[in-house]
Design a binder for this molecule. Structure first.
Ligand code: GDP
Ligand code: MG
Ligand code: K
Length: 256
């Protein structure tokens, strides 16, 4: 089994990787670049884990993004372990919503839960699980809490198989479904989104139908389609973030 650890910079990736693997690590570089590549074995399992470069999006604009997205797309990953900073849900979930479009199960480790607790931020992670159709586990890689639970979930493979398709407006969602039906590939949703975004790396997947659909969309919206998709993601994320966060400190000051 192959697990890919992925998250924003400073989300706690290295701290968690070290905890999960102990001294069982192989360190090198990604081919052709001086970006560190670390692999290891998760303690008391036969799961190999790779620490992918820290990124904010699966776009083709930085070397780190290129490495990570190529790896996820081509390297038969069995499970994505997405580590996120609980104190910065909006930025973190932007990447999460993209990972969920791949045909790979995702577990989200809500890291920095110790800081969230200190600040009185109470995240309804069951609500987030439902809204994103994924498995979430609060942890603190620094304080070493929740990590045992995380390993158990990874080992038991008792996580949701994401089916999530509810962030885009009706028109975009209809177009995505039509394009997906034309594409013969495991990652058809991810590819369909990339085609709508006019991502140059995915041109080869275009069919007659998908080309027409994207052309029509471009005319209808008359704006950069990548921006439209990004706006839709943020709209959805802001919504579920607001619903999922209850500030317990704030609640305590509310009296009548
Ligand atoms: P990376 O850039 O994603 O590899 O992040 P690091 O593992 O290097 O962590 C970035 C910083 O956050 C370091 O100073 C860590 O000690 C700290 N850190 C990581 N996880 C936690 C956590 O759960 N709680 C707190 N308070 N700090 C953390
Ligand atoms: Mg790191
Ligand atoms: K998926």
């Amino acid at each position: 089994m192959k697990v890919a650890l992925i998250g924003n910079q400073n989300s706690g990736k290295t701290t968690l990787f070290n905890l999960l693997t102990g001294h069982n690590q192989k360190i090198g570089n990604w081919p052709g670049v001086t970006i560190e590549r670390k692999e290891g074995r998760i303690r008391s399992t036969d799961f190999d884990i790779i620490d992918l470069p820290g990124i904010y999006s699966l776009s083709p604009y930085t070397i780190e993004e290129e490495i990570s997205r190529k790896y996820l797309f081509e390297d038969n990953v069995d499970l994505i372990l997405n580590i996120i900073d609980s104190t910065n849900l909006e930025r973190s979930l932007y990447l999460t919503t993209q990972l969920l479009e791949l045909d790979i199960p995702v577990i989200v480790a809500l890291n920095m839960s110790d800081i969230a607790l200190q600040r009185g931020i109470d995240i309804d992670y069951k609500y987030l699980e439902e809204k994103l159709d994924t498995t979430m586990i609060p942890i603190s890689a620094l304080k070493k809490t929740g990590v045992f639970d995380l390993i158990q979930v990874i080992k038991s493979q008792a996580y949701r198989k994401n089916n999530y398709t509810h962030i885009y407006d009706h028109e975009l969602e209809d177009c995505l479904k039509k394009i997906e039906s034309e594409i013969k590939h495991d990652h058809e949703r991810y590819i369909a989104v990339k085609l709508i975004e006019n991502d140059p790396d995915f041109e080869e997947f275009h069919q007659n139908g998908s080309k027409k659909i994207v052309e029509t969309l471009c005319m209808t919206y008359n704006r950069d389609m990548e921006q439209i998709i990004a706006d839709e993601r943020y709209r959805y994320i802001e919504n579920i973030r607001d619903e999922s966060i209850k500030s317990s400190k704030q609640n305590m000051t509310v009296t009548d």
